[in-house]
Ligand binder design. Sequence first.
Ligand code: KIV
Length: 272
Amino acid sequence: MSVHKSDVKKVTTHQLQNMKERGEKISMLTAYDYSMATILDAAGVDVLLVGDSASNVMAGHETTLPITLDQMIYHASSVIRGVNRAFVVVDLPFGSYQGNSSEALRSTIRIMKESGAHGIKLEGGAEIKESIIRILSAGVPVMGHLGLTPQSIYKFGTYTVRAKEEAEAQKLIDDALLLQELGCFSIVLEKIPSELAKRVAEKLQIPIIGIGAGPHVDGQVLVVHDMLGINKEFKPRFLRRYADLHTIMTDAVQNYVKDVKSKDFPNEKEAY
Ligand code: KIV
């Protein structure tokens, strides 16, 4: 017996696959908390990613490496409580799956049980094959992540475009084919040349979601704080800002401070 919370038609991996097949682009954004998740879900975002970028935009760390499994579960369960329709994917954080496949499965089961998420994402190709097999065998949908994989930033040394050289491009294609063969339902390609992303999206049957990977893929993902203009300093070429929340929020808060100082707030109507 299942208990339904609402009549909204939920996004599933099958629907995402159908969207690729009929050429409908998939929209995906990151979310880390309940209030933002309710807005993004009601606005029609297909996939919400509880990204380990929470380490940067929520906690202020320089990289994604410090965030823990417990912290990811806290963010994910907050997001899940705000969602009616979107498919919610949660990043396995650095250190929670690289050790071995049992550890990867244990971390995944904690995320699925404790947050109610719908699937997980993890970074890498052939080197994490055993972990992907083990997680898939537990019936958990897996999203891959290739190209610029921020958990390996100290190996790369910079956040510049990946796979510009033929050898790295070929490894990326081989890894993408492997992830599909293993049974991943989708792959994120981060910061790679547009032509390479196009080749992968055309070659693979599963949906390819890009971030800084050009227009010829099956969907797009952005970090919500970046596209809403909450972060002012982060300005990569691939980012389109849809709002300037930094300015809007600063103005609102400055007006509040002014009204408190001048005793304008609260007025008679705002008091009991
Ligand atoms: O953590 C994250 O926000 C991500 C996206 C950049 C795809 O992995």
